[in-house]
Design a protein around this ligand. Structure first.
Ligand SMILES: [Zn+2]
Length: 310
């Protein structure tokens, strides 16, 4: 399926979304990767994205970012779905799975190829060196696309954006990163491309996510710009830390959310976000209270949550 076909097939739904967006001007999302079970850091993101959207009478969508199939952790997809249920979040549309949408990302890659904005790269990891800036070695080699990595050409321009919590950010992709990969040699679609395409197709206007993704934002803005998609509004949340002072992550084995403790965990998430106290109750009523009291300006500034050790 091409993006055009997708848009044609979903035209009435998207039209409705656009009308809603023009009324509400807010569609947010929660987009976890099933590379491990959800942990307390994921809950903070879910709560903040949900309450921020709902407090502005917006919509909140859920998307499972599972294009990196080798990294999917068995059972984590069903854990995510059970969490959404147990914490009683109410997505405003059916949950989508990126692994069902690979044709769309391929169609966008073809569009970029026709515009001569991408090229095939045959460099091995070894050849890339250690500074993580790609020198553009294959940019003008005109290599065949089959079974090669595909990179997007970046330009030497400063990309600015205003983050609602982290303030003004600036990145120059040519100097910081070089041409980056959109599709790996093993055929896996890169996260950056899938995010940008789906944010557009889902009509997302606001992104609320962890500060560990702050670095990705310039790449996503750049891709959106190449594809003619509207610019999004960003808020990157400070990250919860473990007792060793590392950010909670699947890599350092953060504890999976215990669904029998949903109300207590929800209360702890509101506390971590420095929101007014929430009465211990059912998750649904606690979320409602959280939305009514929501004040994004109270969220601690910075990229880590001090004193929130788990
Ligand atoms: Zn190369």
């Amino acid at each position: 399926m091409t993006v055009e076909n997708y848009l044609a097939e979903h035209s009435s739904e998207l039209e409705q979304q656009r009308n809603d967006v023009s009324l509400t001007r807010y569609t947010g999302r929660f987009a976890p990767s099933p590379t491990g079970p959800l942990h307390f850091g994921s809950l903070i993101t879910a709560v903040a994205s949900y309450c921020d959207a709902k407090a502005q009478h917006g919509k909140w969508l859920v998307r499972i970012e599972d294009t990196d199939i080798p990294r999917i952790y068995p059972g984590s997809e069903s854990h995510i779905l059970r969490c959404i249920d147990a914490f009683q979040f109410k997505p405003d549309a059916e949950i989508i799975f990126q692994k069902d949408r690979l044709e769309l990302y391929e169609a966008v890659l073809q569009q970029l190829q026709q515009q001569d904005l991408v090229y095939a790269c045959q460099c091995t990891r070894k050849m890339l060196g250690s500074d993580h800036i790609y020198a553009g070695t294959c940019r003008n080699l005109g290599l065949d696309f089959a079974e090669q990595a595909i990179r997007v050409k970046v330009s030497d321009q400063d990309i600015y954006f205003q983050d609602r919590l982290q303030g003004q950010q600036c990145s120059n992709l040519a100097q910081d990163l070089g041409d980056f990969v959109l599709k790996r040699r093993d055929g896996i679609i890169n996260y950056q491309l899938a995010v940008v395409v789906d944010d557009y197709l889902q009509g997302i206007t606001h992104v609320v996510r962890g500060a560990d993704l702050l670095d990705n934002t310039a790449r996503q803005i750049y891709l959106g710009q190449l594809l003619g998609y509207p610019r999004l509004n960003y808020m990157h949340l400070p990250l919860a830390m473990n007792a060793q002072g590392q950010k909670l992550s699947k890599q350092n084995l953060a504890q999976a959310l215990d669904l029998t403790q949903a109300s207590q965990l929800l209360q702890a998430a509101f506390t971590a976000l420095n929101q007014p106290p929430i009465t211990l109750d059912t998750p649904a009523r606690m979320l409602l209270q959280g939305i009514q009291q929501w004040d994004a300006s109270r969220i601690p500034v910075g990229t880590t949550l001090h004193g929130c050790y788990l």
